[in-house]
Design a protein around this ligand. Structure first.
Ligand code: DQA
Length: 145
């Protein structure tokens, strides 16, 4: 099973970015975690991060064409990007939205995600474990749209 783990803006700064919110693990740690979890579960996992919205849209379009599963942390785009939301709506495979922090306990503007209504499921507030749990869920075949 092909799974794209896609990360939006500023997530490449994990480790130095507000560690009191996002923890001390780096983006490289996140990539290693997803790749090793994917290997253990027999998933074909690719992990990417971008600060450019058009790049994320291109990756989502490709995932839609492939019918692949997606684990997506849309980061700040979660809260206002209808373009990301519309690209997610085109996916044919399952979409798990992940947030490292609990967006519901933070600033008001983070409480709403425009992506969640088109996601299969949402995990937030569990740190990097959220990505691991999303991959386990997909590997168990529980991710059907
Ligand atoms: C985030 C939460 C968003 O509100 C924020 O803009 C991020 C990261 C998270 O993983 O907790 O960049 O998606």
């Amino acid at each position: 099973m092909k799974v794209h783990v896609l990360n939006g803006p500023n997530l490449g700064r994990l480790g130095t970015r507000e560690p009191e919110v996002y923890g001390a693990s780096t983006y490289a740690d996140l990539v290693a975690l997803c790749e090793s979890t994917g290997r253990d579960l027999g998933l074909d996992v690719t992990v990417r991060q971008t600060d450019a919205e058009h790049e994320l849209l291109g990756w989502l379009h490709a995932a839609a064409d492939e019918g692949a599963a997606v684990v997506l942390n849309p980061a700040a785009w979660s809260h206002y990007s209808y373009a990301v939301r519309d690209a997610c709506a085109m996916l044919r495979g399952p979409l798990i939205e992940v947030h490292i922090s609990n967006i519901h306990t933070r600033e008001e503007f983070r409480h709403h995600s425009v992506v969640s209504p088109v996601a299969t499921g949402v995990i937030c507030g569990l740190g990097l474990s959220g990505y691991r749990l999303a991959l386990h869920h997909l590997a168990a075949g529980q991710g059907a749209r």
